[in-house]
Design a protein around this ligand. Structure first.
Ligand SMILES: NC(=O)C1=CN([C@@H]2O[C@H](COP(=O)(O)OP(=O)(O)OC[C@H]3O[C@@H](n4cnc5c(N)ncnc54)[C@H](O)[C@@H]3O)[C@@H](O)[C@H]2O)C=CC1
Ligand SMILES: O=C(O)C(=O)[C@H](O)COP(=O)(O)O
Length: 387
């Protein structure tokens, strides 16, 4: 069997070498000619997989080690009889940590308590429901919008316009879809952006085209009360530097970029391939994953609860670091002879050379015996292990 894979997928040979020959390519550069004797194609989100890429190749199985599937032409793949697998939820925890870090940062900058803001979650699937559970456990009020779940008869959801009218923070976790009653492309158009409450925070870590970037830039030119955090961009890897300049936080599509999330994505696709081939699993992530990046945080005997939670969350992930790297990249790109090409290359470089990031359960926290029950509860709610 010949497996062709994106070179940005970790633990490729550990999981897949036993299945046959493995060839790797930069995901954005993969071409049909590279697949002329391939049986299996493994991608992440940057490879458009459609008839143009696969027609005339022997590929029978496509696995994307990501949550999102908008880069796959699912209808054509089904019609061509090609098996498809994705990795639901693999990096959802990382995205939740990104959103929590945005909340801390925007609160610090605006002098407000994030715990007192009503957080509206648009799209309540793997990411949105984990975010809602974490915020609920931390005592933060949430509003949930998911018309597909609401139409399936599940209680507890509000419509988007009601959410926008009531929420102080709007965090977006929908898949990108371009047709159907609940299409999400430009879900946030000029009118909806204008309807954000005074002083709102808008966070998008779903897909860039969910927000109309041109409209957002216009609205931000008129409203300096809004705080916007964008992890995803309408034309990425090209980023509008004028839009980034209006954003409070700008990051290069790394919300879910914990090592744990990427490794889980690889394992889920390995398991899907084994299932497709009718084979048992020979490898397990727990036996293969590198034991690096675990950390320990010792807190004082009885630290104030807000301070300790903030310190622990910052230890796990600090969005300000990714924002600073992105802004430096954009500034350098502006002075390059071909600034668009420099931006595209810089965006991908930041992602390819992403620093080691582990998730909250990998940070063990030492608490003094006098630590309050409230603090223990909120650290556990945020996903930390205590001893
Ligand atoms: N920035 C990053 O690093 C990452 C981005 N993502 C993006 O986040 C998206 C969401 O991830 P998951 O929660 O795992 O997906 P999911 O498929 O588990 O959940 C998406 C939810 O959105 C709902 N939905 C669909 N259309 C909607 C609409 N018009 N309005 C409101 N809700 C709608 C669905 O019913 C579903 O419950 C992914 O599709 C992916 O594009 C995911 C992981 C990392
Ligand atoms: O899982 C998803 O969906 C994502 O957005 C991934 O974090 C994207 O990662 P890459 O495919 O761009 O490496």
């Amino acid at each position: 069997m010949h497996i062709v894979a994106d070179d940005n997928i970790p633990l490729l040979s550990e999981f897949f070498a036993g299945h046959g020959r493995l060839s790797v390519f930069p995901g954005r550069q993969l071409k049909t000619v590279d697949l002329m004797d391939a049986d299996v194609l493994l991608v992440r989100s940057v490879t458009r997989v459609d008839k143009a890429l696969l027609s005339g190749t022997p590929v029978r199985f496509v696995g994307t080690c990501t949550i999102g599937t908008d880069h796959l032409d699912l209808a054509w793949l089904a019609s061509a009889g090609i098996q498809v697998a994705s990795a639901p939820g693999c990096n959802a925890r990382g995205v939740v940590e990104y959103v929590l870090s945005c909340l801390l940062t925007l609160a610090e900058r605006t002098g407000q308590r994030w715990q007192e803001r009503v957080v509206g979650i648009v799209g309540v699937g793997q990411v949105g429901s984990r975010l809602a559970a974490t915020l609920d456990a931390l005592g933060v009020s949430t509003l949930l919008c998911d018309p597909l779940r609401a139409e399936a008869g599940e209680p507890g959801f509000v419509g988007l316009d009601e959410l926008l009218a009531r929420a102080d923070v709007v965090s977006c976790h929908v898949p990108l879809s371009v047709c159907g009653a609940h299409a999400t492309r430009h879900l946030f158009d000029e009118q909806r952006l204008h309807s954000l409450r005074q002083g709102s925070w808008l966070i998008n870590s779903s897909r860039g085209p969910v927000i109309d970037a041109g409209a957002l830039e216009q609205v931000l030119a008129q409203r300096d009360d809004l705080q916007v955090a964008l992890d995803v961009w309408e034309e990425e890897p090209l980023v509008s530097s004028s839009l980034a300049a209006c954003c409070a936080l700008a990051t290069p599509h790394v919300a879910g970029y914990s090592l744990d999330g990427k490794l889980r994505g690889t394992e889920q696709i390995y398991q899907a391939l084994c299932d497709y081939l009718g084979e048992s699993y020979q490898h397990q992530l727990a036996n293969l994953a590198p034991l690096t990046g675990q950390a320990r945080l010792e807190l004082a005997a009885s630290p104030p609860a807000d301070w300790a939670l903030q310190k622990a969350l910052r230890c796990v992930y600090d969005v300000r670091d990714d924002d600073a790297r992105m802004r430096q990249m954009l500034q350098q790109a502006q002075t390059a002879p071909d600034s668009a090409a420099a931006c595209r290359a810089g965006f991908d470089r930041l992602r390819k050379n992403y620093p080691l990031r582990r998730e909250a359960p990998l940070l063990s926290i030492g608490l003094g015996s006098a630590a309050s029950a409230d603090l223990k509860t909120s650290l556990q709610a945020a996903g930390f292990s205590l001893d």
